[in-house]
Write a protein of this length. Structure first.
Ligand SMILES: *[C@@H]1O[C@H](CO)[C@@H](O)[C@H](O)[C@H]1NC(C)=O
Ligand SMILES: *[C@@H]1O[C@H](CO)[C@@H](O)[C@H](O)[C@H]1NC(C)=O
Length: 261
């Protein structure tokens, strides 16, 4: 009989006052608990500050992630002028595929008359603000390149892929590389590491799926023949000429393939 009014009052009073009361009395009865809360709070603050400093130094952060190893994605950024000399007008609509693609896409977007898109094959768990904005605008996509790409044939003039293929087994390469050559109208550039080079740290392996398999140029050329991909001799020549006039020291092997249509 007396339950009803009680229940109504509880709902009516509900909100902050009884809750604060409970917390207060608990804190009084258990100093350990309040110390615990303080420690957790302090850890959260430290964690927040640490995270903040990490994203402010975005570039350094992404560099150090590949610490001790070669990054061909970094190399793509260095050779943009060389690629321009090699491909001229074909540098107008570019798709870059590879880890840290945001850094390449931002660099390409700074070039005159160049549109650029990116596919990031791995999670973007610590992307900085400018990268997040590229993702929001749909310029950079996170997509597993083992599966069909969401683009029509010849969508891009040039497709550049760095590092990502070193992490795929031949079974997936068989599908992915011809697909990349199909969405390009003028060419596909592959940058890949040399055998024996040190790659991403072991701690990155869960993210990257499997250890990098760095294949020799003989392996790649045999692979291109098997999958009916042809090297573009004229592009190879122009690229080598441009490289020879440059102080740039190559840390990656570059292949220039004709599109597949
Ligand atoms: C890849 O394709 C080539 C040619 O079609 C074939 O000879 C080879 O066995 C394939 N490799 C794998 C791992 O499926
Ligand atoms: C080969 O590459 C050059 C750029 O150096 C390009 O102009 C030409 O269209 C490409 N040829 C083919 C068949 O893809």
């Amino acid at each position: 009989m007396s339950r009803r009014p009680n229940a109504t009052r509880r709902i009516g009073d509900g909100g902050s006052i009884p809750f604060v009361g409970t917390l207060h009395s608990r804190a009084q009865t258990s100093p350990l608990l309040s110390i615990g809360i303080f420690v957790v709070g302090a850890l959260l603050v430290v964690g927040y500050l640490y995270h903040g400093s990490g994203s402010r130094s975005g570039d350094i952060n992404s560099l150090s992630r590949l610490e001790g190893g070669v990054s061909c994605t970094l190399e793509v950024q260095k050779i943009i002028p060389i690629l321009k000399k090699t491909y001229g007008d074909s540098m107008k609509k570019i798709l870059h595929v590879g880890p840290e693609t945001c850094s390449v896409v931002s660099q390409l977007l700074k070039q005159e008359d160049t549109e650029a898109w990116g596919i990031e094959p791995y999670e973007l768990d610590d992307a900085d603000a400018s990268c997040k904005s590229l993702v929001r605008k749909g310029i950079v996509r996170v997509a597993d390149i083992k599966f069909p790409l969401p683009y029509r044939p010849k969508t891009f003039s040039l497709v550049i892929v760095s590092d990502a293929l070193d992490y795929l087994s031949p079974k997936y390469l068989n599908k992915t590389v011809p697909q990349l050559a199909r969405v390009a109208s003028d060419g596909l550039v592959i940058l890949s590491g040399y055998p024996g080079q040190q790659r991403a740290k072991v701690s990155e392996l869960s993210k990257w799926g499997r250890p990098a398999k760095l294949r020799s140029s003989t392996w790649w050329i045999r692979f291109f023949i098997q999958t009916s991909l042809e090297e573009n001799e004229s592009a190879v020549k122009k690229f080598e000429q441009a490289v020879s006039k440059n102080p740039y020291k190559s840390a990656c092997q570059a292949f220039h393939l004709k599109p597949l249509h």
